[in-house]
Ligand binder design. Structure first.
Ligand code: BGC
Length: 388
């Protein structure tokens, strides 16, 4: 941080050659203590059991649900899959849960196999939804309804419902957190910032960016925030398949190229995996508690929550995957048993073909001040897990 001065002109060309952009495809961090979530419900986060009470197992009547998840390389999807499986099985459904390890073709094959094996309903958290259009049409022809899970399925009319978190709200929450922590509206300081945004084939990444910039763009415009790499657009900051390694590499390149004489104050990242990558890059560059930047993330993974406690990550966005699974299960029941799922958005999620009726769960910003109340008291992680 330093007093407001006009920064030197940035060499965008230089950074363009040194940075790895959206074009790489590498795996993210191996899940640390994955599937650690306890299925204890909190009040707004809730009751996996409610759904079970509503529908006795008999109603499922041997029906099979195919659940296609993107990857096990990030903890949240392991939790999502485990919650979906558990909640559907409680209702008597048979569940075919598959992970595609961020391999687009593998996900296509998995869904084809699910259709061939006679599933009655598909739940899909896509890797690259544009690659799924044909297989979705196949499902529709076979009379198999599809529910989009967390990520919107684009360019298809084969999707019945969408269960997700308020994705623009995630970006706004990250932006507001930075705004408040740095008192951007009132400060006379300037802060350096770099951006690490999500995968361009994931609609959520675009929405997050829109929400984030709605809050931060005015501060970039008036010079309170200074992005020394000059990379502030979505196209310049997106990271294909949410790769932790690419985030680390980008951060290393930013630090070497632009922060030799001045500290980086804020890493605005869209994912806990990116926060881990930035942490590694900052440690490598010799940053310590004295000049450690504000680092944002998303998912409140177990490792991220531990990093928040130790001060190596500043905040994350808590998304209760138990609640998301519960909402999704009500949608499965709706399409298979003619029940009414709860919907709270019929406008925002236009996939290019139809506006998909959606339920948006509320994301919550967590940091050192509120993680106990939100995460521990909410039964998401125990103190013991966080202390390990
Ligand atoms: C999800 C995020 C997650 C990201 C990377 C997004 O689609 O909404 O919660 O952090 O994918 O896995």
């Amino acid at each position: 941080m330093k007093k407001k001065i006009l920064g030197a002109l940035l060499s965008v060309a230089m950074v363009a050659t040194m940075l790895v952009g959206c074009g790489t495809n590498q795996a993210s961090v191996p899940a640390d203590d994955a599937a650690a979530t306890e299925d204890t419900a909190t009040d707004d986060a809730a009751p996996a059991d409610d759904a079970a009470e509503e529908a006795p197992a008999a109603e499922a009547n041997g029906k099979k649900v195919g659940v296609a998840m993107p990857t096990q390389s990030s903890e949240r999807w392991i939790n999502d899959g485990a919650n979906m499986k558990e909640q559907l099985e409680k209702l008597g459904y048979e569940v075919d849960l598959q992970y595609a390890e961020d391999d687009v073709q593998m996900q296509v094959s998995q869904i084809e196999n699910m259709i061939a094996s006679g599933v009655n309903c598909l739940v899909i958290a896509s890797i690259d939804s544009s690659a799924l259009v044909n297989v979705e049409a196949q499902a529709k022809d076979a009379g198999i309804p599809i529910i989009a899970y967390d990520r919107l399925l684009m360019d298809t009319d084969a999707v019945s419902y969408y269960a997700t978190f308020d994705n623009k709200g995630v970006g706004t929450a990250i932006g507001k957190y930075i705004e408040e922590k740095k008192d951007l509206a009132n400060t006379s300081e300037t802060y350096t910032i770099e951006f690490f945004m999500g995968s361009p084939d994931d609609n959520n990444a675009h929405m997050l960016y829109a929400g984030l910039m709605e809050v931060l763009q005015p501060y970039l415009d008036n010079g309170t925030l200074v992005c020394k790499s000059g990379r502030t657009s979505f196209d310049d900051t997106c990271i294909l398949r949410w790769s932790q390694e690419t985030a680390q590499q980008n951060c290393e390149n930013y630090l070497t190229g632009f922060y030799a004489d001045e500290d980086l104050d804020i890493c605005a990242t869209a994912f806990d995996g990116f926060a881990y990558g930035c942490k590694a890059a900052l440690e490598g560059a010799g940053y310590t508690a004295d000049n450690w930047p504000l680092i944002t993330g998303q998912d409140a993974e177990l490792m991220a929550t531990k990093n928040i406690i130790s001060g190596k990550q500043t905040m994350s966005i808590y998304k209760d995957t138990r609640l998301l699974a519960e909402k999704c299960v009500t949608m499965v029941q709706a399409v298979l048993e003619g029940k009414e799922p709860e919907i709270n958005d019929t406008e925002q999620y236009d996939n290019g073909k139809i506006v998909v009726p959606s339920y948006l769960c509320t994301p919550v910003a967590v940091d050192q001040d509120n993680y106990k109340e939100i995460i521990v008291d909410g039964g998401y992680y125990t103190e013991e897990q966080l202390a390990e």
